[in-house]
Design a protein around this ligand. Structure first.
Ligand code: A3P
Length: 283
């Protein structure tokens, strides 16, 4: 009915209901592409508190899964939540970060899309990844190796880049592929370690990147002493992430000389020309 984005916003601000026909399923204008175990769930849930964002609650894995991708963009769109014209549809699938075909596929869908890349200290990420697989295997009653023997190649004594958890943490290899397809200003990097200790600041940077109002603040998040993480305040309710987020990491033998090498080699990896990654944060 000729309603502009400003008109819709005014209706919402005035507490009026927006005509249902304005709510549509739209392809995402922003995607959190990973990396796994860097805080992707926390970021998605926190951003979903924003009135201008509509997030898909589950991981779609559309662009990295051959079977799903073959269903086409219309199938993908049908799986998006209903949104208003002024809202940004947001999806997150952490495997996008590491899957070679994904940048090109996303570019074919929307060459001006905004991408959020979450990175954190690569050693912590590797241990977090190990911990997740460890818990899953323990739950299935399987035997499991120690982190130290997986992360170090027992034959050469060097970092075992054949171990998937290590490979994912070699961020520069993956980032390079994204930079081949997208311009730097289309990619916003969130520091996953900062997201744990100061989520409001990290979210404000995302809001600025997306060009939306700064709405998610200390009013929405509080530090939960019992969990040791920030949780969401929704009215009188407190909402923390599930028990699979913020797991206790197993003890890793830090005095192991070989493991000290892992830290050094994984922390100081150069990105492509002119870009350095001292602690997994692209400058
Ligand atoms: P750990 O469980 O190893 O501590 P992802 O959602 O991408 O799988 O990332 C999981 C990680 O998010 C957790 O790893 C945890 O450290 C981090 N995280 C960041 N903010 C969090 C929060 N508010 N609550 C729980 N976990 C959070």
């Amino acid at each position: 009915d000729g309603l502009t984005v400003g008109g819709v916003r005014k209706l919402l601000e005035d507490g009026e209901s927006v005509p249902d026909k304005l709510k549509l399923k739209r392809l995402p204008q922003c995607i959190i592409i990973g990396a796994r175990k860097c805080g992707t769930r926390a970021l998605l849930e926190f951003l979903n508190l924003h009135p201008d964002i509509k997030a898909v609650d589950h991981e779609m894995h559309f662009f990295d899964d051959v079977d799903k991708y073959s269903l086409g963009l219309e199938w993908y769109r049908q799986n998006m939540p209903l949104s208003l014209p002024n809202q940004i549809t947001l999806e997150k699938s952490p495997r996008y970060f590491i899957t070679p075909k994904v940048p090109d596929r996303i570019k074919q869908m929307n060459s001006t899309i905004k991408l959020i890349m979450l990175l954190r200290n690569p050693v912590t990420r590797t241990i977090s990844d190990f911990t997740q697989v460890y818990y899953n295997k323990i739950a299935k009653g399987k035997m499991f190796e120690k982190f130290e023997s997986l992360a170090i190649d027992q034959r050469t004594g060097k970092v075992n880049t054949g171990y998937k958890a290590v490979r994912i943490s070699l961020y520069y290899q993956h980032v390079e592929r994204w930079l081949e397809k997208f311009s730097r200003d289309q990619i916003h990097i969130v520091d996953g370690d900062e997201l744990i200790v100061d989520p409001v600041s990290e979210i404000r940077k995302v809001e600025n990147f997306l060009g939306i109002r700064n709405q998610v603040t200390e009013k929405n998040l509080y530090f939960n002493e019992t969990r040791g993480f920030y949780c969401m305040k929704q009215g009188t309710k407190s909402n923390c992430l599930g028990a699979t987020k913020g797991r206790k990491h197993p003890h890793i033998e830090q005095n192991d000389n070989k493991l000290r090498d892992v830290k050094i080699q994984m922390r100081f990896v150069p990105f492509s020309p002119g870009l350095l990654c001292p602690s997994a944060v692209l400058i």
